[in-house]
Design a protein around this ligand. Structure first.
Ligand code: AMP
Length: 218
């Protein structure tokens, strides 16, 4: 089991997809699951939308139900990558105690670090495909606002929570509610810090080296 820790915008999703491709274990993004519920306008999605638009955290009990269901899926048998979960100490404790995760005693926790001003620059320039969810960045991909998705040709939009004021709140929420997880996991071993300012390729290279040096997959 791999846990990707780090503030919004450090590249957890991008790296999770690369890890998924290389080691053939699924990426589990609670943010993506919630956005799919918002899209469907399910009761959960309607409740989550209001919270997500403010950049606050969805209550632990809702997140834990989502995760319990997701981890029971057969594709999680050989491990998985958690992206955006856990985000509170309560979620981390629940994960430690959950039956579905207990067989993966050896967690690898990777914290990707990027300074806040760089995060704001990255997130205000992030665009996502309205159809397939692929993410792009106007800073790195040489794209313009008019660019269409290279995957499916649909338009790219800005996530509501990628507006600067909301980003600043998400970073505040991260500092207060999620950052304590760093010492939680550091105290429990198998915690590694990665410099997220490097290129996507170099960050992935660092991740692979750390994982393989420390006996992953096993
Ligand atoms: P993300 O795509 O990971 O940045 O998540 C987008 C939003 O979904 C967050 O700002 C939260 O409102 C909500 N969310 C995602 N994962 C969690 C979680 N583990 N706990 C609470 N809220 C979450």
């Amino acid at each position: 089991m791999i846990i990707l820790l780090g503030a919004p915008g450090v590249g957890k999703g991008t790296q999770a997809k690369l890890i998924m491709g290389k080691y053939e274990i699924p990426q589990i993004s609670t943010g993506d699951i919630l956005r799919a519920e918002v899209q469907k306008s399910s009761p959960l999605g309607r409740e989550a939308k209001i919270i997500m638009e403010k950049g606050e955290l969805v209550p632990d009990n809702i997140i834990l139900q989502i995760i319990e269901i997701r981890l029971k899926n057969p594709d999680c048998q050989n491990g998985f990558i958690l992206d955006g979960f856990p985000r509170t100490i309560e979620q981390a404790i629940a994960l430690d105690e959950s039956k579905s995760s207990r067989k993966f005693q050896k967690k690898k926790v990777l914290e990707i670090g990027v300074p806040e001003e760089e995060i704001i620059k990255r997130l205000t320039n992030r665009r996502v495909c309205i159809n397939c969810g692929k993410t792009f960045n106007l800073l790195f991909n040489g794209l313009s606002e008019a660019t269409k998705c290279t995957n499916c040709g649909h338009v790219l939009i800005q996530r509501d929570d990628d507006k600067e004021e909301i980003i600043r709140n998400r970073l505040k929420v991260y500092r207060f509610q999620t950052e304590p997880l760093i010492s939680y996991y550091r105290d429990r071993g198998s915690f590694y810090k990665i410099d997220g300012l490097e290129s996507v390729e170099n960050v992935f290279q660092d991740i692979q080296e750390i994982l393989e040096k420390n006996g992953f997959p096993s």
